[in-house]
Design a protein around this ligand. Structure first.
Ligand code: 13P
Length: 362
């Protein structure tokens, strides 16, 4: 029998945590930018990338009025943030729990090249992962994230990249579950390129079907996992434009063909879409009438934080405006996650701003 390595109680806990993260109207705030990535975000608003400035920024996020937790089931942290506190000495993990959200942790150690490919990558970080999972769980983290990156283009994703990334995601997921941590499995297909929607449908099907084959081969308990995929979108520089309904149809169709019903939820990455477009697409996916046996919600980094960063600009007096921006975006995405978003005035925020970064690192 598979999963015999997990007790019934362990399985139940993994499934309960996964379901709580994607409860109706809730999604994830991905605040797990590595030191380098956070530095780029801070540079955009003229703030220096110091330990204290990263901590101060995360304090803005986590001291937001608790009502933001109505729309946040989970928050993904980067290693240093797990141990940080407010200036008054309150641990960030406590603030996240007080909002009613579950703390999570990014455990991968970034992408590295796959030799002999056209710039394709795998993701490293398996060494010592079991010990790190134990340690993070002691600190209160109940779920983890591991990001793999795939590209569309001339012969890409290659079979090597598809197989290697599926396997490393499965290995990561298996180690997490053995240590009581819900793995969020993230195979991100980048939007870099001018390919059409059809090319992303093809690539997404290949990638997701390989991921689920590998997860099952590794005896991963699917009920205790979440998937963090890209939406099925045309390339960033594709000339043909598609409606949100076309994106929704493509995304749901690919999922119906590849994601087992056992998986409790899908938490999309925003992948460089503007804040408003990411919300409009999520809403269209949830409004799309079809068999969708999973929660379909958000796990956004850029599309939840762009307006927050722009409002904050590193200044104390701007903290309330920055926190209002977070509450607003979380609320819009919470509504979109149940197909009840009714639009907004994008002009007042970074809402309409393209957040695309070529060959994006996290
Ligand atoms: P974006 O929403 O900015 O694409 O990032 C989410 C994330 O966590 C990628 O790993």
């Amino acid at each position: 029998m598979t999963h015999s390595h997990l007790t019934e109680a362990e399985k139940k806990e993994l499934n309960d945590v996964a379901k709580a993260i994607v409860a109706p109207g809730k999604g994830i705030l991905a605040a797990d930018e590595s030191v380098g990535t956070m530095g780029k975000r801070l540079a955009n608003i003229g703030v220096e990338n110091t330990d204290e400035n990263r901590r101060a920024y995360r304090e803005v996020l986590f001291t937001t009025d608790k009502k933001v937790g109505t729309n946040l089931g989970g928050v993904i942290l980067f290693h240093e943030t797990v141990y940080q506190k407010t200036t008054d000495g309150v641990p960030f993990i406590k603030l996240i729990k007080d909002m009613g959200a579950i703390p999570g942790i990014k455990v991968d150690k970034g992408v590295v090249p796959l030799a002999g490919t056209n710039g394709e990558t795998t993701t490293q970080g398996l060494d010592g992962l079991a010990e790190r999972c134990k340690e993070y769980r002691k600190e209160g983290c109940m779920f983890a994230k591991w990001r793999c990156v795939l590209k569309i283009g001339d012969g890409m994703p290659s079979q090597l990249a598809v197989m290697e990334n599926a396997n490393v995601l499965a290995r990561y997921a298996s180690i997490c579950q053995a240590n009581g941590i819900v793995p969020i499995v993230e195979p991100e297909i980048l939007t870099d390129g001018n390919h059409d929607l059809e090319a992303c449908i093809e690539a997404s099907q290949r990638v997701l079907s390989a991921v689920y084959k590998a997860l099952l081969d590794h005896h991963v308990y699917l009920e205790g996992t979440l998937l963090k995929p890209n939406m099925v979108l045309p390339g960033h520089s594709c000339e043909k434009k598609y409606t949100p309904e076309q994106v929704a149809a493509a995304t749901v169709t690919v999922f119906q063909r590849t994601i087992p019903v056992a998986v409790p939820g899908v938490t999309f990455l925003s992948g460089g879409q503007s804040e408003v477009v990411a919300t409009v697409h999520l809403d269209a996916i949830n409004k799309y009438k079809a068999c969708k046996p999973w929660a379909l919600t958000f796990s956004y980094g850029r599309a939840l934080q762009a307006s927050v960063l722009e409002a904050w600009k590193g200044k104390k007096e701007n903290v309330p405006a920055a926190q209002d921006a977070l509450i607003h975006r979380a609320k819009c995405n919470g509504l979109a996650s149940v197909g009840k978003y009714e639009g907004e005035d994008a002009a007042s925020t970074a809402g309409g701003k393209d957040l695309f970064v070529a060959d994006h690192q996290y």
